[in-house]
Design a protein. Structure first.
Length: 758
């Protein structure tokens, strides 16, 4: 059996469950390590008038205090556009913004000293909502528009409705918080252990902050204890601060954010408030749509341009809009800058489409699943001009409708709701179509470095980072399959900027697509070199040699892989190779808002049944059936894990996870005590996950499909099922006004509003 396609165990599984896996904070500390803590602004918007840090310098254990004026190089570490000062120098952008760094001989002493600063501010009232930002034209970036045909067709359709959905943000709540350990090198450079999805960006920013050439800074990451997009740009400030102190003081420096600090000072998923207007026929067929996408970006651009773009690319979800106009706004608010989070704006676009489809179904008095199937793509183009085959979507929805017993349960639930005064049940089956590729073209590249040692063991370094998703395992399966050896002969090295340079973030679900392909190239080069050497020796052609189960065999002979490697070494054959991959056939022209930004789409669907207690508003997910398209799975065990985790994280976003700020711009939900992520008791009572294993029609590694982000949007079926349950009170005539998250409070409000409507 080939390693590719097998349910190989995660390469760190044993270390994870025994607590032996090392994260940044588990690294043995070099002698003389200092501990850093940040000082934070206590207003949301205004100016720093004065900062008296004398008390800190007298505090026990304190060695130094650094401010913006201590930075030798660049002071703004905005990843794409400026706007993210490493330390505030004058202007305060959000409550909790770092304004100085304390170094002490002990972590606790550093943290307590940081509270002793006396800071005077000149305060300005903060702008905290999209509505206020809009009224003041307060933006981080200009808007972008995508259009096809004439959306004024909306008025000439049989029916015309409009709606608005307010969508909450989300805290990443990775188990391992942000952490960096910076060690000065002998030549004034930095070696950095960092929990980041983007080692190259950390390397370049640390270099620029210190005024060093990039080759003086090495960033290394073996694994993260979860990232979910929250360590794409958000790891850099702490890496830069630790490095700044290490550079200034010539001592190793560790900076780890305590959880409450981590939650206040790092960006989250963007909240959105989206509006739609839609014209449709009486049978539910959509004719024209206008969608206004409004992202709450927080105080700086960060990755918001690409995130709002992705929301715009996905506001059709799986449905064809003949005439369509989509406007995407990037609003500024005086809060921490929002950032990447699993789906990268896609989920906020998709839920807008799904809310609209439900609203159309209620007007047409149709089962929402029928409205969805009627409007599902079948061969047309999206609003940005990419063709959607749609056959996989139809197959998945039809197959899941049958396997989940949708129609029979629909009738049962309708009956139950008529009979029950306290408990309401709801059902929804929703699809996902998620574009795979970075929409920023140059990021679609990856490199891999493979070494074979003379004992036949293999070491792989690659561009991607491991955050629990199983990338290292999948890449090792690719290398083992090419070389015809067991997976445990292949070891994955930590990801290091001195092994593979100029890398992209491990993001956009493309880690295994891109690094898998680059690893395939590198391993194939090595296989060819060994085969050519043996073929020459045996006077046969290289193609006659099969690499399988640790053995090279040909018609008249065989030898072990180890023997072949040893012999090749003795004959001076190079046993190290690089591989490189760039995604083909992708482009997007921003001026015309047209293109083919995605190599392919990942598809899936979920059918969720919920039960709501009308007295308390509490929801429980009773049953979930998922059918998800993974192409030819590289590893069905890891893929199932991604699907289950993604679904639960998506359902949590839309039901219990609620971020609240007070009118001073202070985050109130700043710990796990006030911010509720799904617990084990929230797991669906019945959960079935089926993989649609059908080769990817795009030329990906082993015809597999990316799986990291798409299943997150399967959680939207839970939100739609809640809305379905509430709608039953009106005999399914009215779509209840419901925003996200659908907390118990929001559900009670929606029920009350519906009961009071005529
Ligand atoms: N799975 C785990 N266990 N932990 C994570 O942090 N991040 C998700 C997803 N699955 C994440 C995860 C996100 S946001 C992305 S983009 C992908 O993994 C990145 O990895 P991949 O490209 O290798 O799938
Ligand atoms: C999906 C993503 C990302 C993306 C585009 C996607 C992403 C990311 C960037 C990005 C954009 C511009 C840059 C940069 C990164 O774009 O994660 O460094 O200059 O970081 O469609 O996940
Ligand atoms: Mo994932 S949001 O692309 O890191």
């Amino acid at each position: 059996m080939k390693p590719i396609g097998s349910p190989v165990t995660h390469d760190s599984a044993l270390l994870h469950v025994t607590g032996k896996a090392r994260y940044v904070v588990d690294a043995p500390l070099p002698e003389g390590t200092l501990f850093a803590a940040i000082g934070q602004a206590t207003i949301a918007r205004g100016r720093l008038v004065s900062m008296d840090l004398s008390a800190l310098l007298k505090a026990p254990g304190v060695v130094a205090v650094l401010t913006a004026s201590d930075i030798p190089g660049i002071t703004d570490i905005g990843p794409v556009y400026p706007g993210d000062p490493l330390l505030a120098a004058d202007e305060v952008l959000f409550h909790g913004q770092p304004i100085f760094l304390v170094l002490a001989t002990d972590e606790k002493l550093a943290r307590s000293a940081a509270l002793l600063a006396k800071v005077e501010y000149e305060e300005t009232p903060p702008i905290l909502t999209i509505d206020e930002a809009r009224s003041k034209a307060y933006r981080v970036r200009p808007p972008h528009v995508m259009q096809r045909g004439d959306p004024s067709n909306i008025s000439s359709a049989d029916h015309k409705i409009s709606g608005e959905i307010s969508i909450g943000g989300q805290e990443h709540l990775y188990l391992e918080g942000q952490a960096s350990l910076a060690t000065p090198t002998e030549e004034g450079g930095i070696h950095l252990l960092c929990s980041t999805q983007h080692p190259t960006e950390v390397q370049t920013l640390v270099s620029e902050v210190l005024g060093l050439p990039f080759h003086e800074v090495v960033v290394e990451v073996r694994r993260m204890g979860g990232a979910f997009g929250g360590k794409e740009t958000q790891a850099a400030p702490w890496a830069c601060l630790a490095s700044l102190a290490a550079h200034k003081l010539n001592k190793p420096v560790k900076l780890r954010l305590p959880r409450v600090t981590d939650m206040t000072v790092t960006g989250k998923r963007h909240p959105f408030v989206n509006q739609y207007q839609v014209g449709f026929r009486s049978d539910g067929c959509i004719e024209a749509v206008q969608i206004d996408i409004n992202g709450d970006c927080g105080c700086s651009p960060d990755l918001s341009d690409a995130i709002v773009d992705r929301a715009m690319f996905h506001c059709d979800n799986a449905y064809y809009y003949p005439s369509v106009k989509v406007c995407g706004e990037r609003w500024r608010t005086d809060k921490v800058s929002n950032t990447a989070f699993r789906g990268f704006g896609g989920p906020q676009g998709v839920i807008t489409a799904e809310a609209m489809l439900d609203d159309i179904a209620r007007v047409c008095q149709q089962d929402p699943l029928d409205t969805r199937l009627l409007n599902l793509y079948s061969g047309q183009q999206t609003h940005y001009g990419q063709t959607v085959d749609g056959s996989t979507l139809h197959q998945i929805m039809t197959q899941l409708r049958a396997s989940s017993d949708y129609d029979r349960r629909r009738q049962k639930i309708a009956k139950h709701n008529l009979a029950s005064s306290r408990y309401l049940k709801g059902l929804a089956l929703t699809p996902v179509k998620f574009g795979i590729s970075f929409t920023v073209k140059h990021l679609n590249q990856a490199g891999v470095l493979v070494h074979i040692y003379t004992d036949g063991s293999v070491l792989v370094s690659q561009a991607g980072t491991e955050m629990g998703q199983g990338l290292y395992t999948k890449v090792s399966q690719v290398v083992a399959s090419v070389l015809g050896i067991e997976v445990d002969r292949v070891k994955m090295s930590s990801t290091r900027t001195d092994k593979v340079p100029n890398t992209s973030p491990t993001a956009a679900s493309s880690g295994s697509d891109m690094n898998g392909m680059a690893a395939f190239e590198a391993a194939s080069t090595l296989k060819r070199r060994i085969a050519e050497f043996i073929a020459h020796r045996e006077s046969i052609s290289p193609e006659e040699i099969a690499f399988n189960a640790g053995t090279l065999s040909w018609s008249k002979g065989s030898m072990t892989f180890i023997e072949a490697v040893k012999a090749a070494y003795m004959d001076r054959v190079q046993l190290s190779a690089t591989g490189f991959y760039k995604t083909p056939n992708i482009w997007y022209d921003r001026a015309s808002a047209q293109g083919n930004p995605f190599l392919y789409y990942a598809n899936g669907a979920a059918c969720s049944e919920v039960i709501i207690d009308r007295l308390t508003g509490a929801t429980h997910i009773e049953r979930v059936d998922i059918l998800h398209d993974v192409g030819n799975s590289l590893n069905p065990a890891l893929d199932r894990g991604q699907i289950e985790g993604g679904f639960v994280q998506g359902a949590g976003w839309l039901t219990s996870e609620e971020l609240k700020w007070d009118d001073k711009g202070r985050l109130l939900t700043n710990s796990a005590a006030t911010y509720k992520i799904p617990a084990i008791s929230d797991r669906p009572t019945h959960l079935t996950i089926d993989l649609l294993e059908k080769p990817n029609s795009a030329p990906t590694i082993a015809r597999s499909k990316a799986v990291g982000e798409p299943p997150f949007m399967l959680g939207i079926s839970v939100w739609c099922a809640i809305r379905d349950a509430i709608s039953s009170i009106s005999g399914y005539r009215i779509s209840p006004a419901l925003n996200a998250p659908a907390t118990p409070e929001a559900i009670i409000n929606a029920i009350t509003t519906l009961e009071e409507s005529p």
